[in-house]
Design a binder for this molecule. Structure first.
Ligand code: SAH
Length: 240
């Protein structure tokens, strides 16, 4: 895909898949309109970069549908300088969208090879646009328990499905901070936005979604995961 084709498919994606479905935050639209999604995909899938769906990536994981990235980012209400914890770096695409908006992102990934590939990718993209290299830090760890030493976070974005909202993540939210997380059983979840008000939490649901599972201490039990191996969901290739 050459630069001109990439730019034209991208602006079509922004208009039809994002703006056309109600994404209104101009910062989100601008960042996703700027970032070449094909650079985050395995080479054989680059041609599908602007299709309206999730795609498989390395380690049996997936990159979310562009609309889902747009919606989750908008629900975080990101602004320049905002401190965000992302759980599930995957390709680094979501982290890069936040970095282009000006956020400072700590992103945690449990698969070392995905984390390493995302670091390399953002470092090389960072040569052309230093925002991508300077504003994202990627760590290999179990993100289901967050990152206590760097808390509190103004935004927490969980890009893997959780059976319930992990308590450690709630505790690491700043007052007035937001969390966006897919919550529910492995076969399908609800996208939930949580806003912390002192010791209370306002929660709102934003419709159905399907994510690969969060694997960790504050996530699904072994039995649920074993059952999921037999579940013929949209991510047939999903593996732990
Ligand atoms: N946001 C990514 C896509 C994430 S896919 C992108 O933009 O490309 C979900 C990711 O969550 C997978 O890479 C998976 O390995 C990771 N993951 C699952 N459980 C995790 C955990 N407990 N801690 C950190 N990462 C986890």
């Amino acid at each position: 895909m050459d630069l001109a084709e990439s730019a034209s498919l991208r602006s079509e994606m922004v208009e039809s898949q994002l703006r056309g479905r109600g994404i209104r935050d101009e910062r989100v639209l601008a960042a996703m309109g700027e970032l070449p999604r094909e650079l985050f995909l395995p080479p054989d899938l680059a041609g599908d970069a602007y299709c309206d769906g999730a795609l498989p990536i390395a380690a049996g994981q997936s990159i979310s549908q562009p609309y889902m990235v747009g919606l989750m980012t908008e629900l975080l209400e990101p602004h320049p300088g905002m401190r965000i914890l992302e759980i599930g770096t995957g390709t680094g695409y979501q982290a890069a969208v936040l970095a282009l908006i000006g956020c400072e992102v700590l992103s945690i990934e449990r698969h070392p090879e995905l984390a390493a590939a995302a670091r390399t990718r953002l470092a090389s993209l960072g040569l052309a646009d230093p925002r991508l290299a300077d504003r994202v830090r990627i760590e290999v760890a179990d993100g289901s328990i967050g990152w206590r030493l760097r808390a509190p976070f103004e935004g927490i974005l969980v890009t893997a499905a959780a059976p319930r909202v992990p308590d450690p993540l709630r505790r690491q939210m700043a007052d007035g901070g937001r969390m966006v997380i897919p919550v529910g059983p492995l076969g399908g979840q609800e996208l939930v936005q949580i806003i912390r008000r002192g010791e209370g939490f306002e929660e709102r649901s934003f419709g159905g979604c399907v994510f690969v599972p969060l694997i960790g201490a504050a996530a699904y039990g072994e039995e649920e995961l074993l059952r999921a191996r037999r579940w013929p969901g949209p991510f047939r290739g999903w593996r732990r």
